[in-house]
Design a binder for this molecule. Sequence first.
Ligand code: FAD
Length: 379
Amino acid sequence: RRGTDPQVDVCVIGAGQAGLAAGFYLQRADRERRRRGVGELSWVVLDAHDRPGGSWPDTWPSLRLFSPAAYSSLPGWPMPRWSGEDNPPASHVVAYLRDYEQRYGLDVRRPVRVHEVRRDAGERLRVRTDHGDWSARAVISATGTQSRPFVPAVPGADDFEGTQVHTAGYRGPAAYAGQRVLVVGGANSAAQVAADLLPVVERLHWAALRPPRYLPDHVDGRVLFETATQAVRDRAAGRPTPGVASLGDVVAVPPVREARDRGRLRAVPMVERLTRTGARWPDGREEPLDAVVWATGFRPALGHLRALGLAATDGRLLTEAPAGGTMPVQAAGEPRVLLLGYGDWCGPASATLVGVGRPAREAVAAVEALVDRADRVDG
Ligand code: FAD
């Protein structure tokens, strides 16, 4: 099989917003190289889902973006305006990503799940998938976090007889009508799901490790992006920096703001344990529960890179800026592996639509340089 595997310069894994931003710059780089007569840059995007939109179709219907459409754009083509008064919902992002892919004719193959990336002969990487192998000179991994929901180990959780769901599987409030529900988590998902459930549940408890801090009401995705970018500049210049976390934990999107202002969105301390029928708090108080929603975040989906033995810390990979770049998009010690969209550790605000463009551009510049070097060696 080996000799017949399709060969590309770059294999992008994942066609969410991060993978599409990479596709945009790869296409531009290829076109530019052909125009200059310096060869081409071949690439492909592989995605495990059978439909466009990355993980956005898997969110709950009431989810609202942190920012207006004008501050939620990928490179090249601005997100169309949203007609409603509020920020756009997830469905608007799904349509945008679908149209973005079509507009640029990006070569996305789906459903193709990458099981493993391995080092192969001749300085190449082998990308093993459920639809055969690919041979690539470099990979841009953009697999997001949605497939790795994180649930903390809370005593008694296994014995709890009610429903437990992570926000990855939460599909709206209807299933919880008339129930007593505990939402666990200290950030945006917890606040948005709690506000979503409030009108229909009998009783809502919101538990967090520490009291969630609301960001000032005027703060939206644009301010978050600017703060994250400034933090990177500060760090590079050796200046102390407050960073995004200093702004707060919860963006006050309108439904959250409304519930908060009515005094209905107050978090209590984290439960000590779940019981068979409810939860117990450290002060001994017990409450009956029908359901627990874990809004406790995600971890980067990096299992497909395990065989490469890349340096890691705290569940993420160590990264560095490529030569001539400023964004930490390159796996430390393995310049053929670029990481995109997982969080600030691979570029400031890189897990956002507006923030992923710049790291994507630098990741593509890095793989282009790598291909040039390989061509010189081969040629
Ligand atoms: P994903 O969208 O998860 O895409 C990854 C793709 O990789 C998927 O299509 C998947 O099928 C594919 N994949 C995974 N593993 C494999 C594999 N092994 N082989 C092949 N394919 C694979 N972001 C914003 O920009 N603005 C906002 O206002 C905003 N608001 C949010 C509000 C809430 C409440 C939440 C929870 C999130 C919000 N986000 C927002 C964040 C956003 O949802 C994610 O950060 C974003 O979807 C990540 O994009 P991605 O391309 O990195 O990953």
